[in-house]
Design a protein. Sequence first.
Length: 481
Amino acid sequence: MYQPTIGLEIHVELKTRTKMFCGCLNDPLEKHPNINICPVCLGHPGTLPTINKKAVEAVLKLGLALNSKIPETSKFDRKNYFYPDLPKGYQISQYDAPLVIGGELNGIKLRRVHLEEDTARLIHSTDDAHSLVDFNRAGVPLMELVTEPDIKTGKEAVAFAKELQLILRHLGISDADMEKGQMRVEANVSVSKDNELGTKVEVKNLNSFRAVEEAIDYEIKRQIESLENGHKIRHETRGWDEFEKKTKSQRLKEEAHDYRYFPEPDLPLMDLTKFNLEELKISIPELPDQKRTRFSKEYNLAPNQAEILIEDRLLAQYFEEAVSELDAEIGGIDTEQRGIAIQTLFNYLTSDLKGLMAEQKIGIQELNITPENFADLVVLINKGELSSRLAKDILKEMFLSGRDPRQIIEEKGLKQVSDEEIIKKMAEEVVAENPKAVEDYKKGKETALQFLIGKTMAKLKGQGKPEIIEKLLKETLTKTK
Ligand code: ADP
Ligand code: ZN
Ligand code: MG
């Protein structure tokens, strides 16, 4: 039995205002090439880098959030290699004294987190005859997180990367969008039959969570088959081919000594005791895992429901504000009733209201409906004063006009008819007018009753309360021969 082992190296672009070692705007998505540049990030001779303190703080904050160790000192090193995306011929990175050591996430141990500078973007012409270099991205603060080889499957790797993405977003360190290249995952994969780790292969070119999972699972299979056929695994870098769904050899892996690392002479040693770690710790907001626990405890949400809110900070905020309005209105009622009302609120928020927002392409910030009015609507629904059909109409009206649900109901005369007198009269009319359906019902045809309920509802212009209609229709039907 082969045992797969995976370790991840994840690069993340930090969203600081300026670049890592100069004052240029940090905007790697800027479409116009080479405008956020200066002699420092172009690597002109004679220029000197200065450390962006905000970038350092962001990494320390992540370290604190992941229960890592923050050493007393840290330093930058030069990683030397020649490639056109690197104007200086070396990258300022960190080698043996990273900012963050150890820690844990999703049950997986972390090795380190360090800081470096991003490279320029190369644009290759379609004929492969020449390449263009856009330096807007050169010098953007890039964080690298390295895990221990603690992961066993592609699925586990994805779960880890997704959780990290959520945490980065909660901390406001990065938007960590994989499609935009803000978060890049590389997977080291090996397989072994004994307790010794096998030779690892580094898989690159993973541009989505799906690619991470598929590439790792493919690579595990490939290595096992290769060993079974009597071959050795080569220590190499392979690229994931999204179309062929295969990893392909890119180059043999270079070793650390190939990079001729040495301490960056133009930057001082960092004294991390000078950073106010206590203050940084306090600035850490509630993290996804704490939210999961609280959402379950305070609102009794199911795990998949909580997850919808955790993935969307603004939606969660709206939800919590609406629940607190709901509590203010129905305060004091028993927890079971409150639980039901919260479920109604959650459902209308995540299906109907989210649907309307998607349809009209508006975000929650532009939403017209106050959490208070939304809670009002939920109260009306839960009191049985509105059928779900009517509630949807009113929600749409609230969405368009931003008005109070009670006001809309009154103006439109939309109040649900629960007056038994009126409903009874309509039910009797319907029974008299539809002898065939009545006969079918008597023969035991369930659909006939639905038909009669529909007819009665139509007479009430859709505003009857379905349960009352059904009850009164049945009463009328038992009385008719
Ligand atoms: P390198 O020096 O080749 O960069 P490192 O020891 O720095 O290798 O590890 C890089 C990544 O590879 C880490 O995430 C680590 O957990 C992972 N890794 C190390 N050895 C193995 C292995 N045998 N199988 C799978 N992953 C490994
Ligand atoms: Zn610059
Ligand atoms: Mg390494």
